[in-house]
Structures are given as C-alpha cells and as structure tokens.
Design a protein around this ligand. Structure first.
Ligand SMILES: [Zn+2]
Length: 207
C-alpha cells in the first residue's frame, strides 16, 4: 500500500501532537494575518510523484471556511473532506481511511464553524417540523444526533451548542470507526480532535 519505495521516512511521518501543533500554529498566523508567502510552483514536481499530507480535515462546505487558508498550509499538506455540516458518512470515512492507511496521516480534525446553515436548518427541522426540498432531508437526518443532544440541554445559544455537539459526535464516530481509523487511534499513531472555526475572527477553538 506504500506509495513510495524510498527507505527514508515520509515527510509527514511525525507524531500526532506535532501535526496538531503545526496546524494550530498555521491558524494563529492566519488570525494575525501573518500567513507565509508561498511560491505555489515550488514543489509541483515532487507533488506529481506523491503526496504527504500531515493532517486530515473534515470540514463544512461553507464557502467562508477554507481549510488551507485558515491553517496557512499549501498544496499537499492537508487532506480535506468537505460536506455541509461536517459529518461522517460512509464515503467520507472511506476517504479518511485512505488518508490514514495509505497516506499515513497522523492527525484528523472535525471542523465545524460559526453561523453554519446546515446546523441551523437541522434545528429548524427538529423544532418546527420544517420540510426541506430535494435531498436536504438526508443531510439534516445525518446531523440530528448531535443537534438533538445539544438541544436537550436547553442551551442559551442553540446554534453554538449544536455546532459544538455535532463536532463532538463526529469526532467520536471517527475515533470508533473500525477497523482502520479506530485501530490507528488505539495504536497511538493517530489523534482526532474537534474544532470550531469562528468566521468573524478566523480563529479555530478546540472543542
Ligand atoms: Zn456549515
């Protein structure tokens, strides 16, 4: 399954905590508007041969949340799965399994965000019985477990609470996803955390 026959360690062969630090340092630069200047052409030839992303991100599809920008990373550094509401489904899980098993990613983050339309739509469906068109009910159904758990606590800010709980729910779902992801977590090769991106500040807070 290895993508390279080279004997030296892959560039992303780093400890999970080191990967998390690299990611959060990038977010700090982004918040301060001190992102690194990047030569986008540099590394193209190497990237044509292989990829060594050091983190996987399960992000919402929201146009205001751009993982490579928010974490100040260049091409080849993040393995990103995006779906409105940042939840784990079978294909998203399979993508992350590829990232972990084949690419050797040591760190995954489920990334929710402020003002998430998918989460507010799910709250609306639960509280008001709103019927959504097309395939949207499939999406809100997937978000219900975390959102319902948050609403049951009668939170002061339902959207904030539901966003965080949805992240926690999907972090847990990933951590326990057998066989590949759960085994990598048990072996200490993979760390999975949740984060919420604040659109107003650009800051990612761990939840
Ligand atoms: Zn969203």
């Amino acid at each position: 399954m290895a993508q390279s026959s080279e004997m030296k360690a892959a560039p992303n062969d780093i400890a999970p905590d080191e990967a998390m630090r690299r990611l959060m340092d990038g977010n700090a630069r982004y918040v301060e508007n001190l992102t690194q200047n990047r030569d986008m052409a540099a590394g193209r030839e190497a990237r044509a041969a292989a990829q060594y992303p050091f983190a996987g991100i399960l992000s919402c599809a929201d146009s205001r949340v751009a993982p490579e920008l928010a974490f100040d990373q260049g091409p080849g550094e993040l393995f990103v799965v995006r779906v409105a509401g940042n939840f784990v489904d079978t294909n998203g899980l399979a993508s992350m399994e590829f990232g972990v098993a084949v690419l050797g990613i040591p760190f995954l983050m489920v990334l929710g965000h402020s003002s998430c339309g998918a989460i507010s739509a799910t709250i609306d469906v639960i509280e008001n019985g709103t019927e959504l068109p097309g395939h949207l009910p499939s999406l809100t159904d997937a978000l219900k477990p975390g959102v319902e758990k948050a609403l049951a606590t009668k939170p002061a800010d339902p959207l904030v609470a539901a966003t965080e709980e949805n992240v926690r729910y999907n972090v847990e779902k990933l951590k326990t996803a057998t066989p590949i992801v759960a085994e990598a977590v048990s072996a200490g090769k993979l760390k999975i955390v949740g984060g919420v991106y604040d659109i107003a500040t650009g800051k990612v807070e761990l939840v």
